[in-house]
Design a protein. Structure first.
Length: 323
């Protein structure tokens, strides 16, 4: 197996050194000018993805715990089917963000984000095949496990975001994507990466690679909004109105019910395959085996809130900022 090291790879796209979602999504600063097409070809396609292709980062196999029927496998299939739908919808929505891009830098960056989201959709879908879902039953399996939750959660978010973009509001669309979609879902993806490491390290690696991309997306999206409000502070109230309507929508979505069902399945599987998680800390000083479904949900919600508040402050949209 090759152990080649990719030279001159920026830390934020190196799977060995990139920060986790909780650190990177709060602190990393990147601009669309920095993350242009050459950056993506050299450092994402030619760097991070090369690490996966050439074996620099080994790709492990799923364990028997998720390859055999039971609640643990059910939890993973349910989660990855939903993630596939979410990433596919994000890909389609980004076509409109690219269409309304106000300059070449944003055109190039959001085009690369579109490709990233399409990659993620494929990765989550393809992992279902590694879990033993027959190729001919893949679409039906995604529908079975995720269509209802997708209709309840993803469809309203998609309708709201596209409604903002239909008015030609590029920056409103960036705000919806950055705060209400990735800013909320990225911390949940961080929890997913952590909790699957012992049961399906291949699934955790997929989450890790996707999370590295999402940190970059959050950082650049935040920089786009910050620049607008630095140059045109009169746009702040308009963006706050978009944000307020988005938060009202989010509060009505049954995301908590969805996560509780998923975490309850995981909890049942955790008890069944406890030996695999022996001694493993899901976060500092907390063993995964000692957590409950409600505790993990509360942790993800706290991470999401903290990430949002940090990003809003950076974007000059925090409470108390000058109007």
């Amino acid at each position: 197996m090759s152990t080649a090291v990719t030279p001159d790879l920026p830390a934020e796209v190196d799977l060995r050194t990139a920060p986790g979602v909780l650190e990177g999504a709060r602190d990393l600063e990147l601009t669309p000018e920095r993350c242009d097409l050459p950056y993506w070809f050299d450092h994402v396609a030619g760097g991070m993805l090369r690490q996966l292709r050439d074996g620099t980062i080994p790709d492990p196999e799923p364990t028997a715990a998720v390859l055999t029927p039971g609640p643990l496998r059910e939890a993973l299939v349910t989660e990855f089917a939903f993630r596939h739908l979410a990433e596919a919808k994000a890909t389609r929505a980004l076509t409109q963000l690219v269409f309304h891009a106000p300059d070449e830098a944003c055109l190039e960056f959001f085009s690369t984000q579109l490709i990233d989201e399409a990659r993620h959709a494929r990765a989550f879908r393809d992992h279902l095949l590694r879990l033993g879902v027959p190729a001919g039953e893949l679409a039906a399996t995604v529908r079975k496990y995720a269509a209802e939750d997708g209709a309840a959660v993803l469809d309203p978010l998609e309708k709201f975001g596209l409604g903002v973009l239909d008015t030609g509001d590029f920056h409103g669309g960036v705000l919806v994507l950055t705060v209400l979609v990735e800013g909320v879902l990225a911390p949940a993806a961080e929890l997913s990466e952590r909790k699957w490491r012992r049961f399906d390290p291949a699934a955790a690696l997929i989450e890790r690679a996707a999370n590295v991309d999402e940190i970059r997306h959050l950082a650049v999206g935040s920089a786009v909004i910050r620049r607008l409000l630095t140059e045109q502070p009169g746009q702040r109230q308009r963006l706050l109105d978009v944000l307020g309507r988005g938060h009202e929508l989010w509060q009505r979505l049954p995301m908590a019910d969805l996560l509780l069902r998923r975490e309850t399945l995981f909890q049942q599987g955790l008890a069944e395959h406890a030996a695999l998680a022996e001694g493993y800390q899901v976060w500092p000083d907390r063993l995964l085996l000692d957590t409950t479904a409600q505790e993990r949900m509360a942790a993800a919600e706290l991470w999401s809130h903290e990430t949002q508040q940090s990003r809003l402050a950076y974007m000059l949209l925090a409470e108390g900022d000058a109007a």
